[in-house]
Design a protein around this ligand. Sequence first.
Ligand SMILES: [Fe+2]
Ligand SMILES: [Fe+2]
Length: 202
Amino acid sequence: MSDSFIYNSKINHVEQRSELSDQLQQQLSDLQSISGTRDEWPQHKRFAGEAEFWMQVHKALLGAAAELPDRCASLLLLADDPTARKKHLTQLSQLGGQLIHHAHTHHHVEDHHFFPVFQRAFPKLNHHLELLDGDHKILTQSLDQLESALSTLPAVKADASNLSLVMLKGEELLRAANRVNNLFKRHIADEEEICIPAILQL
Ligand SMILES: [Fe+2]
Ligand SMILES: [Fe+2]
């Protein structure tokens, strides 16, 4: 890909940018003017199908990623109830495991199907796809961090009356879950701005 794009910069890195850079937004304007605004996408004749399904998957990922930190915070409030803590830990393990699996499956489809298709059909999206690829690498790191935090939960559950252990591991999990949630919000918002107009023109 072009060497004039630097992912590890304040305007492009997923943990530092607050929106797509001016340059990337400018290069999207042709596609976006043909496909309409976000509010207009559902009315587009090609929306039903891949575009709609893709956005539904994103909605499910965002929902699960937002729920996980909320549930971690609830666990940390269960100071006097080891039985409720055990139940909570089981639910956290299930929710976190499902989110990780779903996210990896989704990224695999994007990396190996959608992005190569866009690369061939829309050479102008070169830098945008480089950005999304960079995001996926950071997301993979954050999902690994979450998986590592989740892997400690069976031991925590077995010792659920040990409040200091629950707090320590619960806070570690909360940090990892918050990171995943924040990354998903930024990545998915920008990915849709880039990819939905492209899908509508395929
Ligand atoms: Fe993605
Ligand atoms: Fe995605």
